[in-house]
Design a protein around this ligand. Structure first.
Ligand SMILES: [Zn+2]
Length: 425
C-alpha cells in the first residue's frame, strides 16, 4: 500500500515534470521561430585568446562544426580578433579555464585542485588515467570563459579591439615568471617589457597600414609560440594636402634631412625600461588657433604622388606661445635642428618619445627631468617652416603614432594600469 502510494505519487511527479519540460520547450521553440532561418546561430565577437578550441569548449560545439559554420575563414589560422564568427546550435555558454596538461588528467587535476573525473568528462576522455598529448585541458568552473593564452601568460588584454592605422597599440598581461617575452605584429617586433609579474608590449603601425589582418605572435622564452590574427580597419578619413614648393624651399638640402632623421632614430629606438609618467598626457599647447594638419594627412609635393604623410600634429599659434611638457620625461634633445628648428625631445620611458619643433625658444636642457605642465619652449617658425606653429610628434617603438588618438584613448593610463601603477594628477 505504502509502496503503491509512493509509485502513484512518483508517476504524478513525472507527469508534472514532463508537462513542465513540454511547456519550456514550447516557449523556447515559439521564441526561436523568427531565428529558425539562421539555424539557431549566434554571432560571437572574437577577443584575444578566443581560439577555435576555446570557443568549442565555451559553447559546447565541436571544432569541426565551428569550421563548417564559418567556411569563409582560413582553417590554418585562429579566429581573427575583432571579427565575428558564427556559433551553430549552441546550448549556452560554459565558464572555465584552458590549461596545459601536466602529464595526464590525474596530475593536472592535482595541480588544478579538481576532481580527475570532473576534468576527464568535459574533455571527452573516458578515463583520467590516459596520458595526454599537448592539447590544453578544459577545467569547468569560475566566472570567466575559457581562453587559450600564450603559455606563461594570463589575463591578456588589447588596448583596442579593432585598431586603426596610426594609433599606438599596447598589449598587457600577467606573466608566471619574469622571462623575456617576444611579441611580433605582422612583421614588426613590438617593444616588450617584463617586470614584477607584468608584461607590456607596445608599437605603432604607421598611417599607411590600411585594412588588414596581421598575425600577432607571442612567445615566452622557452615556451611554444602562440598566434592569433587581429583585424585592423581604416575608415579612410585622411586629409589630402597638395603642397607646392618653390625657390629656396624646393632646393632643400636632402642630405641634411637624411642625417637629422638618422640621428633622431638612433635616439628613438632606445628603450628605458620604466614609465616616467604617472598621469594622463595633456595637450602641449593651450593657446593655439587651430589644428592646421592632423597626424597621417597624406601629402603630395609639386603634383607628385601622395606617398608621404604628416608625422605629427600641427597647431597654429602666435609666436612666443608657451609649449608645455604633456607628461613627465627626460630631455634627450634640446637644440636647433635643420628641418625641425628649435627642438625638444622628451623620453617618457618604455620607448615612448614626444617631440616639439619649430620653436623660437628652447627653455630646457639635455638630461633635465621635466614635470607635466612645465614650460619647455615657445612657438616659432624656425627650421623648415612657413609660419608660426608647433609640430608635436609622438613615437612608440620607433614608429610615429597619432598623439591626438593617444590622448583620446587615454593610452598613458592604460599602459600604467598594465604596470599595476595608479594614473593620477
Ligand atoms: Zn607638422
Amino acid at each position: 500500500m505504502c509502496l503503491c502510494r509512493a509509485r502513484e505519487k512518483g508517476t504524478f511527479g513525472m507527469m508534472k515534470r514532463w508537462l513542465l519540460v513540454g511547456l519550456v520547450m514550447w516557449v523556447m521553440m515559439w521564441g526561436a521561430q523568427p531565428l529558425a532561418a539562421q539555424e539557431d546561430r549566434i554571432m560571437h565577437t572574437v577577443q584575444v585568446g578566443d581560439s577555435w578550441l576555446a570557443l568549442a569548449y565555451r559553447y559546447g560545439v565541436p571544432v569541426a562544426d565551428l569550421r563548417v559554420a564559418n567556411p569563409q575563414l582560413n582553417r590554418q589560422r585562429q579566429p581573427v580578433m575583432g571579427t565575428a564568427v558564427a556559433i551553430p546550435g549552441s546550448g549556452g555558454e560554459r565558464m572555465g579555464a584552458l590549461s596545459r596538461p601536466y602529464g595526464n588528467v590525474l596530475a593536472t587535476a592535482v595541480r588544478l585542485n579538481q576532481s580527475p573525473w570532473q576534468l576527464a568528462l568535459p574533455n571527452g576522455l573516458a578515463t583520467p588515467y590516459r596520458p595526454l598529448l599537448y592539447a590544453p585541458l578544459f577545467a569547468p568552473g569560475g566566472d570567466t570563459p575559457p581562453r587559450e593564452w600564450p603559455v606563461g601568460i594570463t589575463g591578456l588584454e588589447l588596448s583596442q579591439p579593432i585598431p586603426q592605422p596610426g594609433q599606438a597599440l599596447a598589449i598587457r598581461g600577467t606573466v608566471a615568471a619574469d622571462e623575456p617575452v617576444t611579441a611580433i605584429l605582422g612583421a614588426t617586433a613590438m617593444d616588450s617589457f617584463v617586470a614584477d609579474g607584468r608584461w607590456l608590449a607596445l608599437t605603432g603601425t604607421g598611417a599607411f597600414y590600411g585594412r588588414r589582418q596581421p598575425e600577432l605572435t607571442i612567445q615566452v622564452a622557452g615556451q611554444p609560440l602562440w598566434a592569433q590574427p587581429w583585424q585592423f580597419e581604416d575608415p579612410n578619413l585622411w586629409e589630402y594636402q597638395s603642397i607646392t614648393l618653390t625657390g629656396a624651399a624646393a632646393a632643400i638640402d636632402q642630405e641634411s634631412i637624411r642625417q637629422e632623421r638618422e640621428r633622431l632614430f638612433a635616439i628613438w629606438e632606445q628603450n628605458s625600461p620604466t614609465p616616467q609618467w604617472d598621469g594622463p598626457f595633456q595637450l602641449p599647447i593651450r593657446d593655439y588657433l587651430e589644428i592646421t594638419s592632423a597626424f597621417g594627412a597624406r601629402r603630395s609635393y609639386n603634383g607628385g604622388p601622395f606617398s608621404t604623410y604628416h608625422e605629427g600634429v600641427d597647431f597654429s599659434a602666435y609666436g612666443g606661445t608657451a609649449v608645455y611638457a604633456p607628461a613627465a620625461g627626460t630631455v634627450v634633445v634640446a637644440e636647433p635642428l635643420y628641418v625641425r628648428g628649435g627642438a625638444v625631445i622628451l623620453d617618457h620611458g618604455l620607448g615612448i618619445y614626444s617631440g616639439y619643433y619649430h620653436m623660437a625658444e628652447v627653455l630646457v636642457s639635455v638630461g633635465e627631468v621635466v614635470q607635466p605642465g612645465q614650460t619647455i619652449g615657445a612657438v616659432g617658425t624656425t627650421g623648415l617652416s612657413t609660419g608660426n606653429h608647433l609640430h608635436w610628434d609622438l613615437l612608440v617603438n620607433g614608429v610615429w603614432v597619432d598623439a591626438q588618438a593617444w590622448l583620446a584613448q587615454d593610452m598613458a593610463c592604460w599602459i600604467l594600469a598594465g604596470w599595476a601603477r595608479p594614473c593620477e594628477n
